[in-house]
Design a protein around this ligand. Sequence first.
Ligand code: BES
Ligand code: ZN
Ligand code: ZN
Length: 497
Amino acid sequence: MFESIRVASKGKAGVLVVGQFSGESLNPETRALDGDGSIVKASKRKDATGALGSIVEVHDSNKFERVLIVGLGARDGFSSGSLRTVAGRVGRALASAKTTSVKFEICKALEKLKKADAVGAFEAGAMIGEGLGMLSWSFDSLRGTATELPTKAKLAVHSCCKAFDDGVERGLGFAEGTNIARTLSQTPPNIATPMWIANEAKKMARKSGNMKCTVFSGKKLEDEKLTGHINVGKASENKPCMIRLEYTPARGKSKKPIVFVGKTMSYDSGGLSIKVGGGMVGMKRDKDGGCGVFGAMHIIANVIKPNRPVVALLASAENSISDEDYRPDDVLEFRNGVTVEITNTDAEGRLVLADGLCWACDKENPEYIVDMATLTGGVVVALGSVFGGMWCDDDDVRAKIEAAGESTGERVWRMPHDAKYNAMMKSPIADIHNSAPVREAHPIQGAAFLSHFVQEGVKWAHLDIAGTHVLKKDTDFMCAGPSGFGARLLADLVERS
Ligand code: BES
Ligand code: ZN
Ligand code: ZN
């Protein structure tokens, strides 16, 4: 949509954006911006309803090239998240008008909200920055000579106050992390191999200056008994690795780290239990748990910079097919001594995650662990793309994740752990199998499987994002394709922990 977006504190903007609540006239401060009555006149038009995201364009202002009166929706129950929608709609209008500079004057309108719905200038700026930044994501690096790319404008964003400007910077930072996750997701599997992803992580760590990246591959996977990586990755010439990113704070180094574990399958063909029909296309996105964690680490290291360590483990492999494949009927012993009978090589994510969870419990002394994965098709059936599935029996961690979900719009819904589901995972010959003979409740079976690799007493949440990691349609501030789900959720979670 835009080639770049930056906050500009000097100079004059070509386009002015003001806000109008549903069924209301413009507030006095907004009216005062009007040089010649053109804005007030337009705000009285029939189509100036104030409905959320609706836009009335004013072309005859004597002060600006054009003015956009954007609808803020109903005053009662207003929530700051709807400003992302506002940003998306305004951004699309600005892009089609080839605008290069815009001024947002919406803070004054928001000041008059009821106390419970109050939105400060910083928060408003953050939502606008986030919406504009996410709207701007595109993936053109693989277009060849047969495509003519449209030219895009560089957008300068002005506002009414420093707090709003600072908010926009923050929002752009959140969007950048999300967009990094989306770009990784979109990168095809012949490029984005596990080692390529590891290299991207190293580059990010170097650039941030407060992160360290270590990659476990080859013999190190054997030495550390990372059984899932070794076996799931066996069939592919693109070798598996576990990527460890550590954010070190300037203060608070000795606190326990929050640990994220991301399923990062560079491709999931299903292995010998091959995916059939249309089931394989799109499985380049089976790395999206890891991509979301990667994006979150970018936001954490560059925007939030919390006073506590954060560790990310990206469990990466390609689930391919060859005579060297692991097979249904194999029995594998994991780092913590748990034995697993393989009944389906397509239930591979839980095997690499098992390594990450064992490692996190053994080595990281975590405050709590959150794993994120495109684990099961069943969660898509259950929750669609509206909520991710969340399994977390710790009240405090769960409340924080839910709050982070509400504030970022990356929402999750609680699902159960129960001994009865654990019983479904019992194997007749090993401790557990990786896929039960019955498909009922299979997202819950996945969580039950993973629970065998989390030590007693360690706080843990599992997020199944197979339904939310990709969008079918353009929405206000997003486009069809990878959503970058989890980058903002996990970053926000760290901030509120
Ligand atoms: N990567 C898939 C899950 C998936 C499905 C992600 C659709 C995104 C969209 C996962 O590895 C898988 O194949 N899961 C199986 C599990 C089953 C064999 C227990 C599934 O969901 O059918
Ligand atoms: Zn699979
Ligand atoms: Zn998978």
